[in-house]
Ligand binder design. Structure first.
Ligand code: PBG
Length: 323
């Protein structure tokens, strides 16, 4: 045999030398859940090791992450039911929980990169990402609300705005509004190919944000479709997105690769709550080697073409030196 591929695997030194992909702290974005109150830190039962923090404890958590070299955070608010209405009015009210959290993190840690989620579901009494009228999720009227939310985040100091709602035209709408208001420097990380997934369950527990009726299939994508992601990515690119995101992660690696091969914008991937919960459950039962599995999953995102990886594993991999 002239060619023996095993020669390049014969020692750790050579394996490391020829390794094609390496995840580093710079690639990771850590999602954090926030809640009203003081000195709050409550674990989400379906996401062991992940908590909802009041702003004071959020600051402690961010500081701890920064010391580990983890510098990017995506914030998600848990909103009291009494503040929810059909119009998600609370989402753009001055001084709301989200705005205060963004301001606090950015004023204490200006070097941190704060990503914010734009969608109505945490604030909507219908639990949908857009406005519900006669049982339908209406597109264009939702844009106005999403735009107000994005502006509130930009005013508070968000570095990157991430619309996760999947309404048509929202990237362009938000981009224009940001620019008109002087926020030309605020980035947009679009949830470009966000699928109607069964893996969002634990996240909806964390925020108590599950739809009160129906499902999200008229706006989130059909898990059976790949080509449709190209349509979404073309639009987001034309509308001024700075990143294209695929979500969930593991079941959609083909879509990450497809976008990487067809677009020049950096690709982000969201390794979502249900993916985290599955792995944790198996690890806790002793059914899987957690360190190996987490590293393999994160590496697979890099291999598929992602630059940014949103993952609930971010802190533990750095704390335990798993990468
Ligand atoms: C809501 C939103 C969801 C997630 C991020 N933003 C859930 C949904 O669409 O119902 C999911 C994140 C996760 O599961 O980790 N717009």
């Amino acid at each position: 045999m002239l060619i023996r591929p095993r020669r390049n695997r014969k020692s750790a030194v050579i394996r490391d030398m020829v390794q094609e992909n390496q995840v580093s702290a710079a690639n990771l974005i850590f999602p954090l859940f926030i809640v009203e109150g003081q000195n709050q830190k409550t674990e989400i039962s379906s996401m062991p090791g992940i908590y909802r923090y009041s702003i004071d404890n959020l600051l402690r958590e961010v500081e701890c992450c920064l010391e580990l070299g983890l510098r990017s955070f995506d914030l998600f608010p848990n909103i009291d039911e009494s503040l929810k209405d059909p119009y998600a009015s609370e989402s753009h009210r001055e001084g709301n929980l989200y705005v205060r959290a963004i301001q606090s993190v950015k004023s204490h840690f200006p070097e941190a990169c704060v990503v914010t989620d734009v969608a109505m579901d945490p604030y909507s009494s219908d639990g949908h990402d857009g406005l519900v009228v006669n049982g339908n999720i209406v597109n264009d009227a939702s844009l106005e609300i999403l735009g107000k939310m994005a502006l509130a985040h930009a005013h508070a100091g968000a570095d990157i705005i991430a619309p996760s709602d999947m309404m048509d035209g929202r990237v362009g709408y938000i981009r224009q509004l940001l620019d008109e208001n002087g926020f030309t420097n605020v980035s947009i990380m679009s949830y470009t190919a966000k699928y109607a997934s069964a893996f969002y369950g634990p996240f909806r527990d964390a925020l108590n944000s599950a739809p009160k009726h129906g499902d999200k299939k008229t706006y989130q994508m059909n898990p059976a479709n790949q080509r449709e992601a190209l349509i979404e990515a073309t639009l987001d690119t034309q509308e001024g997105a700075d990143f294209l995101m695929v979500k969930p992660g593991l079941p959609y690696l083909d879509v990450v690769k497809l976008l990487k091969d067809n677009f020049d914008l950096p690709i982000a991937v969201y390794n979502i709550s249900g993916e985290y919960a599955m792995l944790k459950a198996a690890a806790r039962n002793g059914w899987i080697d957690e360190q190996g599995a987490v590293k393999e999953v994160l590496t697979s995102f890099k291999r598929a073409g992602a630059s940014a990886i949103l993952t609930y594993h971010a802190k533990e991999v750095l704390q335990n030196k798993w990468l």
